[in-house]
Write a protein that binds this ligand. Structure first.
Ligand code: G6P
Length: 368
């Protein structure tokens, strides 16, 4: 079927706005509404209980989804979880888990390096779970177990709705692993399920920041560099925010772990450098804010993406704020993606780049 942009100027904007529906479609197959529990394909579930370790392989934005999942699998399921870039993993004869599994994340299911990494795991008898958006794809066909995302066809080269769909499915997998490993109390499972079910509505709320993000984007559009910072589960989101901006606006952007700043990149801070900080209020918030103070003292302009509690606590230490709905350690990283996508989109729009077909990029990299 022909896919139309409809009222939207670009597929990227349309796909950003579709995330309420694409998330609902991706989450629902893995939730039992009557019992408020998660349920994933049995083949995947049986791998979780006895696993000693997992490797998670992907490229680009899908890799950042896998990297975010590390925080959930380790903290909630207590499973060692090692995300890696497919082009690195495949060539170094990696040591695979003895009793564990491999996880492959891909929108297209056709990325050459990711497919090659999957074949390596198969040859070495490590079962593969595939989180893919195209169920007829090569990666889906060759994996032992498929846990599809249902983001729908993604046309914009820069991935948006596929990313949040991947995050939501990975979250369900982490919860299922936590349960299989005896680390999830029934009450906690119910709370997480409620929070997942609320995500579509919360994404709609998160999209309300668009007008404000557009203002900030106009300002950023004239800058040469932008730094993105995050800690813990928001560190991969900072990386994804920087990637999105690079891809569609061609502005140099770097994502950094906030705590690593002092080991190098702080040397780059000069007056007027925009620093986007992804920091909803969590157990690491105060640490991130102390890093914000360090860059602010050197003239950086702080754009804080946070929830109401975080924005209140940051007070005057942020020059611009972007408000996220309330959430938890699973929903807030997913919701954080929305303003990051909008920021990249509106900066690109201001600069007049080809948002849906950025120069030098391909939607699916099927050759090495
Ligand atoms: C290309 C696309 C990216 C995507 C990456 C991985 O580089 O431009 O947007 O994240 O491939 O693609 P996959 O289909 O494996 O998720």
């Amino acid at each position: 079927a022909l896919i139309e942009r409809g009222e939207y100027d670009h597929f990227m904007l349309k796909e950003i706005h579709e995330q309420s529906e694409s998330l609902a479609r991706s989450i629902m197959p893995y939730i039992n509404q009557a019992t408020q529990t998660v349920s994933v394909p049995e083949a995947a579930e049986t791998l979780f209980a006895d696993a000693d370790r997992a490797v998670a392989i992907a490229c680009g934005t899908a890799f950042y989804a896998a990297f975010t999942a590390k925080y959930w699998f380790e903290q909630i399921a207590r499973l060692a979880f090692e995300p890696d870039i497919a082009s690195e993993f495949r060539y170094r004869r990696p040591v695979l888990p003895q009793k564990g599994f491999s996880l492959f994340v891909s929108q297209s299911g056709e990325t050459a390096d990711t497919l090659a990494a999957l074949r390596y795991c198969r040859e070495n008898r490590t079962p593969a779970i595939a989180v893919v958006n195209v169920p007829e794809s090569s990666i889906a066909r060759e994996a032992a177990s498929i846990v599809p995302t249902h983001a729908g066809p993604e046309i914009g080269v820069a991935s948006t709705k596929a990313f949040t769909a991947q995050l939501s499915v990975l979250a369900v997998l982490a919860l299922s692993a936590a349960k299989a490993r005896g680390h999830l109390l029934p009450g906690d499972e119910m709370n997480y399920v409620r929070s997942l079910l609320a995500l579509p509505r919360k994404v709609t709320e998160a999209l309300e920041c668009a007008g404000q993000v557009r203002e900030i984007a106009r300002h950023i559009a004239g800058k040469r560099d932008v730094l993105f910072l995050g800690r813990g589960r928001y560190y991969p989101l900072a990386l994804e925010g920087a990637l999105k901006l690079k891809e569609v606006s061609y502005i140099h952007a770097e994502g950094y772990a906030a705590g690593e700043l002092k080991h190098g990149p702080i040397a780059l801070i000069e007056k007027g450098l925009p620093v986007v900080v992804v920091a909803p209020k969590d157990e690491l918030f105060e640490k991130t804010i102390s890093n914000v103070e360090e860059v602010r003292a050197r003239g950086a302009e702080i754009i804080l993406i946070s929830d109401a509690a975080g924005i209140k606590a940051a007070g005057k230490r942020a020059d611009h704020v972007i408000l996220l709905p309330d959430g938890d350690d699973i929903s807030l990283p997913i919701l954080s993606a929305v303003p990051l996508q909008l920021l990249a989109y509106y900066v690109a729009l201001t600069r007049g780049t080809d948002v849906d077909q950025p120069r030098n990029l391909a939607k699916s990299v099927t050759v090495e």
